[in-house]
Design a binder for this molecule. Structure first.
Ligand code: FES
Length: 156
C-alpha cells in the first residue's frame, strides 16, 4: 500500500509539472512581440517609418499661427516635424523632419540664431534644413507647409 501511495504521489507530481509547461511556452511567445514593439521610438529607422507611413499630399494641422508666433516653433506631437516662420518671408512657414541626419537625435530650434541645433553632436541647420555646421552632411528633410485660416498645416 505504501508503494502504491508513493507511485501515485510521483504521478501527481509529474502531472503538475507537465501542466505548467504549456503556460510557460505561451508566456514566452507572448512576450516576444511586446519586446519588439517597445523598440526605442527615437531611433532613425522608426522615425523614417512613421514619416513614410503618412499619405503624401495630405496636410495635417500642426498648430496655430498664434502658437507659432508665441513659441517660435511648432513641433508635432510625435516630435517628427518642426515648423518655423520663414526668415525671408514671415507670411510663410518652413517644415522639416526634426530627426538630425547625422545620427537621428531630435533637433531644437534656436530662435536667436534662427537655426536648428542638434543637442547630440552640435550640428546646425538653417530654417530650410540646409546644413550650416557638421558633423551632419545632409540637410534636414523638407515637408510642404502652408497657413490656412490661422492654422499651420504640413504634408508629411
Ligand atoms: Fe545630430 Fe550627431 S546626431 S549631430
Amino acid at each position: 500500500m505504501n508503494l502504491n501511495r508513493r507511485k501515485l504521489l510521483s504521478w501527481f507530481g509529474l502531472g503538475w509539472l507537465a501542466s505548467l509547461l504549456p503556460s510557460s511556452l505561451i508566456g514566452c511567445s507572448e512576450s516576444t512581440p511586446t519586446a519588439t514593439a517597445s523598440a526605442p521610438a527615437s531611433s532613425p529607422t522608426s522615425a523614417t517609418a512613421t514619416v513614410a507611413a503618412a499619405p503624401s499630399g495630405t496636410f495635417k494641422v500642426i498648430g496655430t499661427v498664434a502658437q507659432l508666433k508665441k513659441d517660435k516653433v511648432l513641433v508635432s506631437s510625435d516630435k517628427k516635424i518642426a515648423v518655423v516662420s520663414n526668415p525671408n518671408d514671415a507670411t510663410k512657414v518652413l517644415a522639416v523632419n526634426a530627426a538630425c541626419t547625422h545620427k537621428g537625435c531630435v533637433v531644437v530650434w534656436n530662435s536667436a540664431s534662427k537655426e536648428f541645433v542638434c543637442p547630440c553632436h552640435d550640428a546646425k541647420f538653417a530654417a530650410d534644413g540646409a546644413v550650416r555646421q557638421g558633423p551632419a552632411d545632409k540637410p534636414l528633410q523638407r515637408f510642404a507647409a502652408k497657413i490656412e485660416n490661422g492654422q499651420v498645416l504640413v504634408s508629411a
